[in-house]
Design a protein around this ligand. Structure first.
Ligand SMILES: CC(C)(COP(=O)(O)OP(=O)(O)OC[C@H]1O[C@@H](n2cnc3c(N)ncnc32)[C@H](O)[C@@H]1OP(=O)(O)O)[C@@H](O)C(=O)NCCC(=O)NCCS
Length: 170
């Protein structure tokens, strides 16, 4: 892992477990994340849990391991939202706890989630959407090879091909 953590800490990225439901709920609906989403509604915890149990295999979670504790600090979900000819269209969702930001955690998470997509063997187009003033998110995607395809006053759209013939040549 390349993230710059204190020497006693180790960053781990792994598949989510059903028991991560509560962590994902708290982070997804925390003020420091919700402010970057257009839909500000908070679902009932029971409906979130039901959804998470069904889809938890789509999530990767970042955890910080120290000698005496393990703390979950971020997650990424790559959601398949459709097919464009033979390409899967994937919408990423990524977030890191406020206190763990700016240390490369999202970069590690995104790389790991993309690797999982690649391993599945289906060519994909990952299409990220960020609010115009979400500089951290835009920078995250751009510095990981995503290209802006469209923007308006409110949003920016960025895409990256994964597992396609063109992306394999990069
Ligand atoms: C976007 C988010 C996931 C980034 O997490 P992070 O762990 O702090 O990001 P990283 O430390 O891996 O940094 C990734 C890149 O973004 C840049 N970056 C991080 N915070 C930034 C900020 N506030 N402003 C500008 N650039 C920033 C970093 O310098 C880095 O770029 P580099 O690789 O060229 O150096 C985090 O800010 C977050 O959870 N935001 C709320 C949820 C959200 O907006 N999710 C995205 C919705 S699509």
């Amino acid at each position: 892992m390349t993230a710059n953590h204190h020497s006693s800490e180790r960053l781990g990225i792994e598949a989510a477990r059903i028991s991560d439901s509560s962590f994902v709920f708290k982070l997804r609906y925390s003020d420091s994340v919700r402010c970057f989403f257009e839909d500000k509604t908070i679902p009932h915890y029971s409906s979130h849990t039901k959804f998470f149990q069904k889809h938890h295999h789509e999530y990767t979670v970042a955890r910080l391991y120290t000698s005496d504790t393990t703390k979950s600090i971020g997650f990424c979900r790559m959601k398949c939202v459709g097919l464009v000819s033979d390409l899967r269209l994937i919408e990423p969702s990524i977030m890191v706890s406020k206190e763990a930001r700016g240390r490369g955690v999202a970069r590690e998470l995104l790389g790991s989630a993309e690797w999982e997509l690649k391993k599945n063997g289906f060519p994909c187009i990952v299409c990220a959407k960020a609010l115009h003033d979400n500089l951290a998110s835009i920078r995250l995607f751009e510095s990981n090879g995503y290209k802006r395809i469209e923007s308006n006053q409110a949003r920016v759209w960025l895409i990256k091909a994964i597992g396609t013939v063109a992306s394999n040549r990069d």
